[in-house]
Design a protein around this ligand. Structure first.
Ligand code: G16
Length: 494
């Protein structure tokens, strides 16, 4: 029950927020919303209501100052229940009554009515909490202040100003706060980011890689230093290859799985014939990816020099050509005749399962950007395939384990002095450089290394693979020194 002291405090504060003349407020679909200049009394009164609701439920409530999509000169107030959801509809009539109370005495009577009806304990022993937030409208700060005064005009209740938040963030914060878990804006972002995989795209959105940070290190260590797991263009090609060969198997009426698909690239589909299907890579493809695509997926792997222009041209030679550079450039190409056949098959195949497989491939054909690799359509494609496979990003990552590798670059006076073989895996000139690289590679178990002049930067790129990260690093470093001495390095020795 309200004591005299409680009423005096409320009366004094409410008098600071008189009701504007000739306006009728209505809680509406999602709280009050009107011209911001008319709102201080309403917001003050909703602060009072949010405080009463908190005292009634003995949990925190929320109050959001926003007018959503409405013009900037408008504003509004929404209330969040302790669950984090919308204000209990049974309380909506109270909000209308309070907002329209013509004077302070009438307002106090309504407050008393609510306190009595809801059996609310107020006063010093009570402890209510209301979390306040606002959008970026210029009127927001003053209205949050009105809300705070409303909350704190109810004795035993405190307001916490959470600053600028989105409406769903405030609801999330209220829910978390009441569940006793960290509830700040940064906790909200942590929760979102921790629940996803991440994808990263480059400056002009034509490259795509995925990555995640495992909860535990492989050696069981789980400390502040973390190892990032990268799912690069090779792994994207592998999962696309897996998905497409799976659909071709269905169309071919073959029950074989990827593990016994050693001749799958010769998938013979009744009504079409042999579907020519390959994955196109460059010398930068991790050796483990090439092995997996060839030996586990049973697909043909074609190799071209670095540069999308080369991979794209090669991929066009197949009915379906997946091409990806390890750095995330890539896409899937379908030739026109096969695309048309798939369209027809998606309607005409007798078996529903076959029609479905054809439809899936038609959908891929429509979704991927066949003009050039496109990070945005690539992300959608990855998400679709992960969903189809029912895989987490960790399961995708475990398709194969990358061989340890290292990529470095060396500044030289004239990068054109290095001429490579067409597949870029060997140096044709100066021949002394290739001989020295061969000798160095021979020192490392599972070693592989090549160098090539960059086509985009004034450097020579060095790539090395070996059976351990330490060896790959050492091999790459040794090759850098060779390039520096045998191909006109400039600046300090690497
Ligand atoms: C360009 C090409 C890519 C190539 C990359 C690096 O990408 O389109 O095909 O992989 O350069 O080339 P290099 O090793 O010769 O410097 P972007 O995304 O930088 O335009």
């Amino acid at each position: 029950m309200m004591e005299l002291e409680d009423k005096d405090l409320l009366r004094k504060q409410a008098a600071l927020f008189p009701l504007p003349k000739g306006v009728k407020f209505s809680y509406g679909t999602a709280g009050f919303r009107t011209d911001a200049a008319l709102l201080p009394s309403t917001v003050f009164r909703m602060g009072v209501l949010a405080a009463l609701r908190s005292l009634c439920t003995k949990r925190a409530t929320g109050l959001m100052i926003t007018a959503s999509h409405n013009p900037v000169h408008e504003n509004g107030v929404k209330l969040a229940d302790p669950s984090g959801g919308m204000l209990n509809v049974a309380w909506e009539p109270y909000s209308d009554m309070l907002a329209n109370a013509p004077d302070v005495e009438n307002f106090l009577q309504i407050v008393e009515h609510i306190v009595k009806r809801e059996n609310i304990q107020s006063g010093n022993a009570a402890s209510g909490e209301v979390l306040l937030a606002r959008d970026t409208r210029p009127s927001g700060e003053a209205l949050v202040s009105a809300a705070r005064q409303g909350v704190e005009a109810v004795r035993g209740t405190v307001a916490h100003d959470m600053g600028v938040l989105t409406t769903p963030q405030l609801h999330w914060v209220v829910r978390s706060f009441n569940n006793g878990v960290p509830a700040s804006e940064s906790d909200y972002f942590h929760q979102l980011s921790d629940s996803f995989r991440c994808a990263s795209i480059d400056g002009d959105a034509d490259r795509l890689v995925y990555f995640y940070i495992p909860e535990k290190h492989e050696d069981g260590y789980s400390g502040p230093v973390c190892t990032l797991h990268l799912l690069d263009g090779d792994k994207i090609a592998a999962i696309f290859g897996l998905f497409i060969i799976g659909q071709l198997h269905i169309l071919a009426g073959s029950k074989s799985s990827v593990s016994d698909a050693t001749t799958a690239h010769k998938a013979v589909v009744p009504g079409y014939g042999e579907v020519k299907f390959a994955v196109v890579q460059t010398a930068y493809a991790n050796g483990a990816s090439t092995n997996y695509i060839k030996q586990v997926l049973g697909l043909e792997v074609a190799t071209t020099p670095t540069g999308v222009k080369h991979l794209h041209k090669k991929a066009e030679q197949y009915d379906i050509g997946i091409y990806f550079e390890a750095n995330g450039h890539g896409t899937i190409l379908f030739n026109e005749i096969f695309s048309q056949w798939l369209q027809d098959a998606s309607v005409q195949q007798k078996e529903a399962e076959h029609r479905q497989a054809a439809k899936r491939l038609v959908a891929v054909n429509e979704m991927v950007n066949q003009a050039v690799g496109d990070a945005l359509s690539g992300i959608l494609m990855v998400e679709v395939v992960l969903r189809y496979q029912g895989w987490s990003v960790e399961q995708w990552d475990s398709m194969y384990k990358d061989l340890p590798s290292r990529q470095l670059k060396v500044k030289v006076k004239d990068r054109a002095v290095i001429i490579t073989t067409p597949d870029e895996t060997r140096v044709a000139s100066p021949s002394s450089l290739q001989e020295a690289i061969d000798t160095e590679v021979g020192k490392y178990k599972g070693g592989r290394a090549f160098v090539r002049p960059s086509g985009t930067e004034d450097v020579v790129r060095v790539y090395a693979e070996a059976s351990s990260q330490q060896s790959a690093d050492a091999l790459a470093q040794a090759v850098c020194v060779l390039v520096y001495h045998l191909a006109g390095g400039v600046g300090p020795e690497p």
